[in-house]
Write a protein that binds this ligand. Structure first.
Ligand SMILES: NC(=O)c1ccc[n+]([C@@H]2O[C@H](COP(=O)([O-])OP(=O)(O)OC[C@H]3O[C@@H](n4cnc5c(N)ncnc54)[C@H](O)[C@@H]3O)[C@@H](O)[C@H]2O)c1
Length: 355
């Protein structure tokens, strides 16, 4: 049975990434689109063949024909959109961050429990074929102990100019005003002057925290132990204990020509490392390096199967498969709430350091 699909938000990410990916899956039936801007909505509806068009996600939430919905919008908008859809019983695929505060995240989970909708948060790195291969090696080395103790993990994320890989997908535009999104709703305890820095750090490094937790199979067993971020609340180092392992994230925003991000998991006798392509680079997976120390020193660069695939397309496929089968998502809302708790903790420590 095809999944009766709706989408909310005809912005860059919706049009450029998710709508084409979902509608490229044969088991997806494009039922309804919601977009505040009427002309833009009509253009995107026509282009992608959604049967119905709504002006707001609330109208789409009432459409009983729609069973699953994709959502991408501004940080201040998308949590409430997803919450309303979950409460209406829709299964929701949403962009990160899930929410800006733990309270908002828990409200969303409660809405899902109330309405019966299930939430997947689009952490595309968990669906990257190279990252999945790296995770297999990490699991294997932990299980058979052939690499000794896993004692350290490091994520280096200095960003760069080409996160979108010069992406030039054709995006419909319309000459009509867009209602300005409201201000972000930061956690209640946070001084207002720190809200901007918090949202900026969170929206970027939520990918990195989420990936480290997944590589280390940590679930909710993750906490922040030290924060050394500069006055911008962005540049520096954060230290974690994740599933009993010391881990760090190095963050900065440089003019690197591509996308300067890699993740390395260290064992006593070697490591597993992934190096990221620019985020939107289609059909290129994380590069994997496995180093084995000991008597015969060896570095290998295993390739994933398939070698060429796009993590954003794979996450859409995963969502559809899980909606059809009832299997749990690999990046659930319940799991993601841990990231939000950790970001609040990072900024609690950073706020203290700025006093
Ligand atoms: N995973 C990634 O690599 C990645 C990369 C970039 C951005 N993102 C995420 O994507 C999101 C931003 O997406 P975007 O750039 O497409 O946003 P956008 O603001 O350009 O588009 C959102 C659209 O939603 C519409 N909209 C807002 N509220 C609505 C409502 N209630 N009902 C119907 N339509 C509504 C707006 O009019 C707008 O057209 C952010 O959350 C960001 O974190 C993720």
């Amino acid at each position: 049975m095809a999944v009766r699909f709706g989408y909310v938000g005809c912005g860059f990410v919706g049009q450029g990434v998710h709508i084409p990916n979902f509608l490229g899956i044969p088991e997806v039936e494009p039922v309804a689109l919601a977009e505040i801007r009427p002309q833009l909505g009509e253009k995107v509806q026509r282009r992608w063949g959604f049967r119905k068009l709504y002006r707001s996600h609330l109208e789409l939430a009432e459409d009983s024909e729609v069973e699953a919905v994709g959502v991408s919008a501004a940080f201040s908008e998308q949590s409430a959109i997803a919450r309303d859809l979950l409460r209406a019983g829709k299964h929701v695929f949403m962009e990160k961050p899930m929410a800006l505060s733990l309270a908002e995240g828990e409200e969303m989970l409660a809405a899902g429990q109330e309405g019966g909708g299930r939430l997947m948060v689009a952490y595309m790195k968990r669906y990257d074929a190279g990252a999945q291969l790296a995770r297999q090696y990490i699991d294997e080395f932990r299980a058979d102990d052939s690499m000794g103790t896993l004692f350290y993990a490091r994520n280096h994320g200095f960003c760069g100019r080409q996160w979108d890989a010069g992406f030039r997908g054709r995006i419909e535009t319309a000459d009509e005003p867009r209602p300005e999104p409201g201000p972000p709703r930061c956690p209640d305890w946070m001084p207002e002057k720190h809200c901007g820095a918090y949202v900026w750090y969170l929206q970027q490094y939520t990918h990195n925290v989420n990936l480290l937790r997944w590589f280390l199979d940590a679930g909710d067993d993750a906490r922040v132990t030290a924060v050394d971020l500069g006055p911008d609340g962005y540049t520096g180092v954060v230290v974690f204990e994740i599933n009993g392992v010391r881990a760090i994230i190095e963050s900065a925003n440089t003019t690197h020509f591509g996308w300067d991000m890699n993740t390395q998991v260290f064992f006593e006798n070697g490591w597993v490392k992934t190096t990221s392509p620019p985020l939107l680079l289609d059909n290129v997976a994380e590069a994997v390096e496995v180093y084995r120390g000991g008597d015969i020193q060896q570095i290998s660069h295993p390739l994933p199967d398939p070698i060429h695939s796009w993590c954003y397309r794979r996450e859409a496929e995963h969502f559809v498969e899980c909606v059809q089968s009832g299997e749990p998502f690999r990046s659930t809302g319940e799991d993601t709430v841990t990231d939000i708790r950790m970001f609040e903790d990072i900024f609690r420590l950073w706020t203290e350091s700025q006093a």
